[in-house]
Design a protein around this ligand. Sequence first.
Ligand code: GLU
Ligand code: MG
Length: 442
Amino acid sequence: MDKETLNRLDQARTKFIRVIWCDNANVIRGKAIHRKRLKTYLTHGVGITAAQQALPVMADAVVPNSGLSPIGEIRLVPDGNTLTLLPYAKGHARMMGDMILDGEPWSCCPRSFLKRMINASKQAGIEVMAAFENEFYLLNPDDLSPVDDTVFAATLSMDLQQEIIDDIAEALTSQGVVVELYYPESGPGQQEISVLYTNALGAADQQIVFRETVKAIARQHQKIASFLPKIFSESAGNGCHLHFSLWQQGKNVVFHQQNPSTLSPLAQSFLAGILDHLPALMAITTPSVNSYRRLQPNCWSGAFRCWGYDHREAALRVPTNPILPSPTHIELKTVDASANPYLALGATIAAGLDGLKKELKLGEPLTKVPGELDESEREKLGIEQLPSCLEETLKHLENDAVILEALGRELSQSYLAVKKVEWEAMKTFSLEEEVKLLLDRY
Ligand code: GLU
Ligand code: MG
């Protein structure tokens, strides 16, 4: 870390630098280094037990069959490129940590997994750019009621929530996140703020920054912000759609060169790979018991295994633009913010790369609303409704050699062990019980 950066920390009277990790259960955790001891810990990192990757979302209790135990120490080494002063916690800064064992990335480190998948894309000759698009609810802390009762894009909500939204935007901007669009979402008190895409690692880091910032700023306004996929049974769920694009030599290669209002053969195969692996991928992109309450037909959450141009009910939406070339990016809707962003993006890349490797063919784009078709019509079109619970997607993941191999033996074992315990603990929970346990976690 250069002198200039250290000076910046001191000018801001930084006392602690939080080194952050996000675990298999997608809980964001950190250990903070005191400024005076930063030099010592910068290179060697902070110690955490290997058992950190064996904790479910419910409590700090190591799950069985994870391959991990309280024996074994990992170094959490801060990534100097991610240093940020925290606008919502004066005197604190943040760095993303990489889990290192014996000087090498630890096999169970989610951030290192994403780096491996970024390398795999490079090997395949492409670069993936991405952004997570978050929806979240603003709630009153006393009774968890929504802060307003407005509908989609209602300017009334813009007026009512202006202070809090402006503060979030300012806090994100000061941390280098480029805020693009804001609008009140469909649910009462529900909001959406979208941010500019960046490289894959940056997009996952940005997702941690986003969640941390939104929650903290909401608290400063005496509100609770929650990304939990489904909070109210009768209102819209919180999606966290993953937007991505594919690049070669600095050029977008999503659109077709000869027919620039359709997908390139490369993008088609990448999408076919995602569709092929989707039921297994969902164990990582929609990974909580609560996630499946959101994935309902006619909720624009991607409940069907299909793709379409400008199709809000398809798991893969390809947005078009009258200004050619188009399309330039793709949206995966079957994602929510209970997903660890490093695992979710890494596994999506693995699925897409498999499509490229096998030169999978993408079927025709869907031009009908799948929820309005009956089972036999859907079958004719080769469309199916995606799994309806975590147990099902976990089974698909256990049988998906490609994604398991990408994760590696240790990471997949610990991940599956954590998720199975979560399923067992919460499979009979009512929505109210899920909200009580998970509202603050996500
Ligand atoms: N709230 C919807 C979801 O659960 C998404 C609505 C939209 O922005 O299209 O994914
Ligand atoms: Mg939305």
